[in-house]
Design a binder for this molecule. Structure first.
Ligand code: 5GP
Length: 191
């Protein structure tokens, strides 16, 4: 649709570098933003309420599900994560692009509902290196790491359902590639 912003679903396994890629994409332009999700997981030291996530209890999250507050939500690794629908359409209407940095179950739900969304799967250059990275980043317990590795194995099976797969081998190259994909998509939409 002309003059509307692009909804970009950026997905891929935990630890693949989606967050860093998003920071770079958002840092390069002022008419693109990342949607802030709601989660029931415990905040990490670097987390900030309302900036990295909105942190809520399970019962608060379940209330939000009932009240239809989410574009999508999923249970991942023992916690709920969801994209608040509010603001997204407002931004798109204003012509701003919005990135959803989300795991695969939620991403597939969005792609079922929003046919005009652009989907990008960020893949690791090598799965063993991804699992080693998840182990070494020191933000999860051993039990949580095991859950995330299992989830990653499952998520990698769905990569062909996305419009594009970008391998995050060299970060800057992956960012340039995604910027190019977004630019091409917007040019197509403008025609
Ligand atoms: P983390 O706990 O590492 O911040 O996030 C765990 C996973 O949940 C990541 O793959 C992240 O992209 C995903 N995630 C974050 N927000 C959402 C959301 O709103 N919905 C869904 N489905 N996944 C999300």
């Amino acid at each position: 649709m002309k003059n509307k912003g692009l909804l970009i679903v950026l997905s891929g396994p935990s630890g693949v570098g989606k967050g860093t890629i998003c920071e770079k994409l958002v840092g390069a332009r002022d008419d693109i933003s990342v949607s802030v999700s709601v989660t029931t997981r415990k905040p990490r030291v670097i987390d900030k309420e309302g900036v990295t996530y909105f942190f809520r209890s399970r019962s608060e999250f379940e209330e939000m599900i009932k009240a239809n507050k989410f574009l999508e939500w999923a249970e991942y690794s023992g916690n709920y994560y969801g994209t608040p629908v509010e603001l997204i359409d407002e931004k798109l209407e204003r012509g701003e692009d919005v990135i959803l940095e989300i795991e695969v179950q939620g991403a597939l739900k969005v792609l079922g509902k929003r046919k005009d969304a652009l989907s990008v799967f960020v893949a690791p250059p090598d799965e063993e290196a991804l699992y080693a990275r998840l182990r070494n980043r020191g933000t999860e317990t051993e039990e949580q790491i095991e859950k995330r590795i299992k989830a990653a194995e499952e998520e990698l099976k769905h990569k062909n359902k996305y419009d594009y797969i970008v391998v995050n081998d060299v970060l800057e190259d992956a960012v340039v590639e995604i910027e190019r994909i977004i630019k091409n998509e917007k040019e197509k939409d403008a025609k």
